[in-house]
Design a protein around this ligand. Structure first.
Ligand code: NAD
Length: 485
C-alpha cells in the first residue's frame, strides 16, 4: 500500500459529491509532491450541508431514539474505523506527514472517542428540583440541533472524532468542515456513518477554504452551535460570527505551555516528556511542551539532555522509508516550516542561543530540524508566541514563585506541567498555574476522559471528558403545577 485515490469527494446529505469551488491539490508534506485532489466546497455546498442536517434534526430521528441505541451507533462507528485502522493511518500519514506509528496512534485515539462518548449517550440526564407542595419540576438536556465543527490539520482525525462522537451521542446532526490541507482521512467518518446506518443527514463531512466554506459555516443562520480548534485569529473570526447569530461556540486555540522542572525531578524520565511533548507531530500540537522552565541547579544538565535527545532523532518521511525509524515527520507546509525558521532566527537575534537545529532539513519535504534554544528570557517573542513546530525554549528560574510567574507569563493558558518529587511543591504549583490542564510528572497525562481547554487566549469551553458533552446540550426546565387531588 503506497498510493491513494487520485480524487476525493465531499460527503453531503448522504452522498459523495464534487465541490462548487472546484478542487484543491493535497500535498504530501513528507515529499512536497501533490498527493491527490479533493473536492472543495463553496458557500452553496455549505448551505446544502446545513439544510440536510436541519432536515435530520426536524425529523427528530436522533432525539427520538433511545439514547442507549444512539450511543451504540456511535460506538459502532468507532469499531468500524478501528477495523480499518491500517488503511486510515496510511492515508493520514501521507496527507499530514506524521510518521506511520504516530498516525496509527491517532486513529486509535479517534476510535476511543467513539467508544467513550458512545458509552455515555444514556448518561446525559437532567435533575429534579423540589418546589414544595403543588409543583413537580425537572430539567431535560436537549441537543442544540445543528452542530458546526471546524477542524485543523494537526490532528485531523482525533479533533474531528471528539466533536463528532460527542455531538452525535447527544443527538445533534453534525456538519464537519475539515482542513483543506488534510481532508482525505476524514472520508472514513462518512463511510463509517453509512456502514453503521446512521440516519441520513446526521453527519456531513467536507472540505473547503477557511475564508469561504469555513466562514460560510460559522456564519450560517441555521447553525445552532460551533466547535473550533485552530489559530487565535480564526477563533476570533468564528466567535464574532457566532455572536452575530447568537449561538454558543467552543474555542480551542493553542498555547505556549511550560514544564517547570525542579532540582529534584527525574531528569532521565523528563527526556521522554520532551520527546512526546515537542517532537511528536513535529511539535504541531496545541498542548506542546514548548517551554522548559528549569531550576538553575539542573539547567545546564537539562540543556545537554534535551539537545542530546533532539540530535538523536532521525527526521524523514516515515511511510516511504520505514527503515528511517521515522522518529519525526515534516511540518504541514513550507509556509509553516519557514515561519518556524524565522521565529528561531528572531530568537537568536533577541539573544537566545541555538543549541541544536533551527534549519530546514536537507530533504525534499517540509522538514525542520529538532530545535533546542537556551538563554531564552520570558519577554522574548519565542517565549511568548506559539511556534507550532519542533522548537523548545529553555528558561531558567531561581525559586518556586519565579517559576510560576514565568509559566503564567503569556497570554495563553492551555496546559502546564510541574516535575518534582515533592508533593507539596507539586500541589502548590497545580493551584498556582493558570491553565486548563496541569500535568504532574508526566506530560500529556490524562486522555479522552479528562477535560481539556484553555484559559486566556487558549480559548474557552472544554473538549474531552464528560464536560464536553455539555457543549452539545441545552437545559430545558419543565415546571408542572399540580392540581389538588
Ligand atoms: P486556522 O485556524 O486558520 O485553520 C484551522 C481551520 O479553520 C481550518 O479548517 C481552516 O480552513 C478554518 N478557517 C480558516 N479561516 C476561517 C474562517 N475565517 N472562518 C472559519 N473557518 C476558518 O490555522 P492555520 O492557518 O492552518 O494555522 C495557523 C496557526 O494556527 C498555526 O501556526 C498554529 O499556531 C495555529 N493552529 C493551532 C491549532 C491547535 O490545535 N490549537 C491547530 C492548527 C493551527
Amino acid at each position: 500500500m503506497t498510493g491513494i485515490a487520485a480524487f476525493w469527494q465531499n460527503y453531503i446529505d448522504g452522498a459523495f459529491v464534487d465541490g462548487g469551488a472546484g478542487r484543491i491539490a493535497v500535498e504530501n508534506p513528507g515529499t512536497g509532491e501533490v498527493l491527490c485532489e479533493h473536492a472543495l466546497a463553496d458557500a452553496a455546498d455549505v448551505g446544502r450541508a446545513v439544510a440536510a442536517a436541519r432536515t435530520c434534526v426536524q425529523s427528530a430521528v436522533l432525539v427520538d431514539m433511545r439514547p442507549i441505541d444512539r450511543g451504540r451507533l456511535v460506538q459502532d462507528m468507532g469499531r468500524w474505523l478501528a477495523a480499518r485502522s491500517e488503511e486510515i493511518a496510511h492515508v493520514l500519514c501521507l496527507e499530514q506527514g506524521k510518521p506511520l506509528w504516530e498516525a496509527k496512534a491517532e486513529v486509535a485515539g479517534a476510535c476511543r472517542y467513539f467508544e467513550y462518548y458512545g458509552s455515555q449517550a444514556s448518561t446525559v440526564e437532567g435533575r429534579s428540583i423540589p418546589l414544595g407542595k403543588g409543583y413537580f419540576d425537572f430539567t431535560h438536556l436537549e441537543p442544540y440541533g445543528v452542530s458546526a465543527q471546524i477542524i485543523p490539520w494537526n490532528f485531523p482525525l482525533e479533533v474531528a472524532a471528539r466533536s463528532i462522537a460527542a455531538g452525535l451521542a447527544t443527538g445533534n446532526a453534525c456538519v464537519v468542515k475539515t482542513s483543506e490541507m488534510t481532508p482525505c482521512s476524514s472520508r472514513y467518518f462518512a463511510l463509517a456513518a453509512e456502514a453503521v446506518g446512521l440516519p441520513g443527514g446526521a453527519l456531513q463531512v467536507f472540505t473547503g477554504l477557511g475564508a469561504e466554506a469555513g466562514a460560510a459555516l460559522a456564519g450560517h443562520a441555521d447553525v445552532n452551535q460551533i466547535v473550533f480548534t485552530g489559530s487565535v485569529a480564526t477563533g476570533q473570526a468564528i466567535a464574532a460570527a457566532a455572536a452575530r447569530t447568537v449561538v454558543p461556540c467552543v474555542l480551542e486555540l493553542g498555547g505556549k505551555s511550560a514544564a517547570i522542572v525542579h532540582s529534584d525531578a527525574d531528569l532521565a524520565s523528563f527526556e521522554t516528556d520532551v520527546r512526546k511533548g515537542i517532537y511528536v507531530n513535529a511539535g504541531q500540537i496545541c498542548s506542546a511542551l514548548s517551554r522548559v522552565v528549569a531550576h538553575e541547579s539542573v539547567h545546564d544538565e537539562l540543556v545537554d539532555r534535551i539537545s542530546g535527545l533532539a540530535k538523536s532523532l532521525s527526521v524523514g518521511p516515515g511511510i516511504e522509508r520505514p527503515e528511517f525509524g521515522a522518529n519525526m515527520g515534516p511540518m504541514i507546509s513550507a509556509r509553516q516550516r519557514d515561519r518556524a525558521v524565522a521565529m528561531v532566527s528572531r530568537a537568536e537575534a533577541d539573544g537566545a542561543r541555538v543549541i541544536t537545529g533551527g534549519h530546514k532539513a536537507n530533504l525534499p519535504g517540509f522538514f525542520l530540524e529538532p530545535t533546542v534554544l537556551a538563554d531564552v528570557t520570558p519577554e522574548m517573542t519565542i517565549a511568548q508566541e506559539e511556534v507550532f513546530g519542533p522548537v523548545v525554549s529553555v528558561l531558567k528560574f531561581a525559586d518556586e514563585a519565579e517559576a510560576i510567574r514565568i509559566a503564567n507569563g503569556t497570554a495563553y493558558g492551555l496546559v502546564a506541567g510541574v516535575f518534582t518529587r515533592d508533593l507539596d511543591r507539586a500541589t502548590r504549583a497545580a493551584r498556582g498555574l493558570r491553565a486548563g490542564q496541569i500535568f504532574v510528572n508526566e506530560w500529556f497525562a490524562g486522555g479522552v476522559e479528562t477535560p481539556f481547554g484553555g484559559y486566556g487566549k487558549s480559548g474557552y469551553g472544554r473538549e474531552k471528558g464528560r464536560e464536553a458533552l455539555m457543549n452539545y446540550v441545552q437545559t430545558k426546565n419543565v415546571a408542572i403545577r399540580l392540581g389538588s387531588g
